[in-house]
Design a protein. Structure first.
Ligand code: GDP
Ligand code: MN
Length: 376
């Protein structure tokens, strides 16, 4: 679970990390009042659980409370990478001298955490990392030892950060441990004209396995990271994860679906989602799954990959046929049925003869066809 910036800001404050004074608002009028209390000039910031708000026009300076109201009206309701802005944070503007990047992230492969830091923070850290990796320091952090003052000094020196950032690096580690976080990130961490070190933006990802003891952030409407498709799928009881490709994928069994994602990728396309319809694969589940997948505008083709075990392929085919009656199919659907009663299943789909439905008998062949249809 990701926290909003304003929640991350609160957490940082609780651990003694300096942050600008701020308030949140759901309405432009409220934004105006908040700006009045904060001294007039404010930065108006969209509260959405995605990065790149600055570039998307979701971070704007307002000169006075009237301007804050107008700016809040522009930003509220804005769509940033599929996330609707429902709330803004108003923050006291800061006179920035230098912008740094610092984060701690779990490195699963190494069984360690990784401190990532750069003296070139701000909005383009991804670009810095891609074009000049030497400007981004990556220092392993053993969770048993943690980030001591000495370790913090080592990280700051490796990244070319001023030594006075070491204190924030120690506290940020305490945030990670105390909040059961998998990631804490500050971008930018700034040095102001008068030498103060402030966290101007924050991201905290709390480990979902620790939510039982971090329940204060729980908000039913915000489960699933605010992703609208994941929320819609969860409401229908589907095991669905949104990915960023163009081939919608439905399969039975998590292992088969994961392999299907790999095979789609191996055929030169990218999966748009993970969706496991489980053992039952009823018509309703199939229709619900197709419905969610087809409402993703990135999806250009759908691949159904089913290996009949206890669930026979003819039952799955019946499910697909009934789903085709319930859902308006807008993209080609490639179906691969194999295993128990595959021949009967295929015959049922052939008899339905839907113009957008094709059958391919092998997993690799079906993935190749779906990839071809999605990328043509
Ligand atoms: P992001 O684009 O989602 O990462 O949003 P940020 O909160 O990081 O804001 C983007 C950029 O806006 C920052 O890198 C800063 O350069 C700028 N910014 C944000 N707050 C302030 C502020 O108080 N003063 C100034 N001068 N710039 C700010
Ligand atoms: Mn940022």
């Amino acid at each position: 679970m990701d926290l909003y910036e304003h929640q991350a800001r609160e957490v940082f404050k609780g651990y003694g990390i300096a942050v600008p004074d701020a308030a949140v608002a759901d309405h432009p009028k409220e934004a105006r009042r908040a700006a009045e209390l904060l001294g007039g000039r404010v930065v108006v910031k969209a509260q959405v659980k995605t990065g790149g708000r600055g570039k998307a026009g979701g971070v704007k300076l307002a000169a006075d409370p009237a301007a804050a109201e107008i700016t809040a009206r522009q930003i509220l309701g804005m769509d940033i990478k599929g996330h609707t802005v429902r709330r803004v944070m108003l923050a006291q503007p800061v006179d920035i001298q230098d912008e740094f990047y610092v984060s701690y992230v779990l490195d699963r492969a190494a069984g360690m955490f990784l401190a990532i830091a750069s003296a070139e923070g701000g909005m383009d850290i991804e670009e810095v990392a891609a074009t000049r990796p030497e400007a981004v320091a990556r220092i392993p952090v053993d969770p048993a030892g943690g980030v001591t003052e000495a370790k913090a000094a080592e990280i700051a020196a490796a990244a070319g950060l001023p030594p006075e950032t070491a204190d924030v690096l120690v506290r940020l580690w305490q945030v990670l441990v105390g909040e059961d976080a998998l990631l804490v990130e500050v971008n930018p961490l700034v040095r102001t004209a008068d030498g103060a070190i402030l966290a101007l933006d924050g991201k905290v990802t709390v480990d979902d396995n620790a939510r039982f003891r971090q329940a204060r952030w729980d908000d039913a409407s915000e489960a699933h990271g605010g992703d609208p498709l994941e929320a819609a799928a969860a409401a229908k009881g589907l095991t669905y994860v949104k990915l960023d490709g163009q081939v919608g994928v439905i399969g039975n069994g998590a292992g088969l679906v994961m392999s299907t994602l790999d095979v789609v990728a191996g055929r030169g396309a990218r999966p748009a989602n993970f969706l496991d319809i489980g053992g039952g694969a009823s018509a309703q589940v199939m229709a619900d799954g197709l419905d969610v997948i087809l409402s993703d505008p990135d999806v250009k083709a759908v691949l159904v990959n089913v290996f009949g075990g206890i669930t026979a392929c003819d039952a799955v085919a019946e499910g697909i046929v009934r789903a085709l009656d319930a859902v308006h199919l807008t993209q080609p659907l490639v179906v691969r049925l194999d295993g128990n009663n595959a021949a009967r299943g295929r015959a049922i789909l052939d008899a339905r003869a839907h113009p957008l439905v094709e059958q391919v008998t092998t997993m690799d062949g079906a993935a190749a066809r779906a990839a071809q249809l999605a990328t043509r």
